[in-house]
Design a protein around this ligand. Structure first.
Ligand SMILES: [Mg+2]
Length: 110
């Protein structure tokens, strides 16, 4: 994580992103949507493994860039990751009415 985070900081510095639209979260959200669309195309069009990896890396780079843009440190990411991991590891996997499986926080309906 640290290596990827530092590389992302380097990228932001190289292209002088601080204080520009590049670190604006609304702009970044649009980039995420664009890249998610590219991943969706790669999946639905049966693109190569290499292409699937690349599109996921594009998303990973943007997520890391979000943390850098928001001034969130690697330590904070690490703590939040493990906190969430613990939470999701205690969830149950259930089969939904449509046949799909999900790992969710299921609540009893009234
Ligand atoms: Mg892409």
């Amino acid at each position: 994580m640290r290596k990827y985070y530092d590389a992302t900081v380097k990228f932001h510095k190289k292209f002088k992103m601080k204080g520009t639209n590049n670190e604006d979260m609304t702009f970044r959200l649009n980039l995420l949507i664009e890249e998610l669309g590219e991943l969706a195309q790669a999946v639905t069009k049966g693109k190569s493994r290499e292409n699937l990896i690349e599109e996921n890396i594009d998303l990973l780079n943007l997520i890391l860039g979000n943390f850098v843009s928001l001034g969130i440190s690697p330590e904070e990411i690490d703590e939040a990751f493990w906190k969430k991991h613990k939470k999701i590891m205690n969830r149950k996997k259930k089969k939904l009415k449509n046949g799909n499986f999900r790992v969710l926080e299921f609540r009893k309906s009234k």
